[in-house]
Design a protein around this ligand. Sequence first.
Ligand SMILES: [Zn+2]
Ligand SMILES: [Zn+2]
Length: 262
Amino acid sequence: MGLKFISFASGSKGNCSLVMTDNTAVLIDAGITVKRLTEELAKLGLVPEDLSGVLVTHEHSDHILSIDKFSEFTDVYTSDKTLKAIVNRNKTIDKVGEVLNFMYGFDIGDLHINPFSISHDAVDPVGYSITSGDAKFSISTDSGVVTKGMLDAIRDSNILLLEANHDINMLRKGSYPAWLKQRILGIRGHICNDVTLNVSCNIKSTNGNLQQLILGHISQENNTEDLAYKTVYNGLCQKDLLGDTNVSVATQDCATQLFKIL
Ligand SMILES: [Zn+2]
Ligand SMILES: [Zn+2]
């Protein structure tokens, strides 16, 4: 069963992506409008009612903008704590996906979903690893550090969307107020290009099956797509670790290509 992934939007102005097989399609996060979602799904021959759920990573607005509206046509899956935080932000959730123990993992159609904890200033933030047969996709953004638990969860992925939030010098010299710089740099903030490169090298040193490495949640103030790409791509090349892996970036305003595990 082939696994496919597309990012519709990635960044601090909104996040939403889709993982699917021939039979099941689930969203990750709801940071775009229903109109935009409907347009993107139409390009794939889908309508919102085809979705089997939306997985939420955490309650920050760039991830839950339209979660109340999405929940009118598909089930919302997230931890109990995050669900409460979403409701506390005056979002009414119509349909909640029932799972026995969220962090133990669960099935939606022919996808197996494994949430894993990340380090971010939200009540119970997670990334996701999603498998179908032998194929594995993982997404890890919005974490100030990459823990061993996170590395273990994402290590053997075939497709990985990994945060490359900021360039450390651009952030330090940039116009953000000191408190915001501290927040981003903190262990519950976001990771920089250099850390993304280290994580990529760590994964590539053991994983010969990483086909697609997609860099995401790229800051529009403190990074550029080009700088994030070159830092990771050139760094992997210099260490002779790139191998067959294709490196690309997921942007704020345009969908990526539809990635398929070969
Ligand atoms: Zn975010
Ligand atoms: Zn966040």
